[in-house]
Design a protein around this ligand. Sequence first.
Ligand code: HEC
Length: 153
Amino acid sequence: MKKIAAALIVTALLPLPMQAQETAEKLVASMRKAEMTYKELMTLMGKSIGMMQEGVVTQNRELVEQGANIIYTHPAPNHQPWDIMKPEDQAGFKQALLTYDKVLDENTNEIVKASRQRDWLSAAGAVAQLQTSCVSCHLQWKDKAQKWPLTLK
Ligand code: HEC
């Protein structure tokens, strides 16, 4: 609970200073565009954490690395991610995208680092931390996503 609260506080505090340096538009533009929706991208995120979790449980470092690579190099969807939100929610969701893009990479770094050291208990803790980050964003945003399909394609 503490970790979730901390993640939510981080999200609340980070947005303004970060906005000056980087925008969600720039972040998304820097990624390869894939032929999939944001929701389908999320399916890929689910595969990624699943691979890392299984890799840690079975001490399979390659599985961890391959799963991590999905987080590090994931593409952008074929529409602006914030298109799935109501107009009044879009600014907040953009900030969440910026914030969590970094948080997920950092959490994943911890998983990779620990598994390279064969410190599987720490790696398991890091998987739990990554999951907490996913869940924190979902608590705030998942139910706000509008029903698919919109007029996006
Ligand atoms: C920036 C916020 C955010 C982060 C971070 C995030 N998600 Fe999501 N996720 C969403 C939203 C919003 C939806 C709902 C999308 C929709 O219904 O169109 C969603 C939906 C999902 C779904 C359901 C997809 C479906 O077909 O209904 C899965 C699985 C998922 N996320 C996995 C993850 C995992 C795993 C992580 C962490 C590695 C993660 N997400 C991180 C915002 C986020």
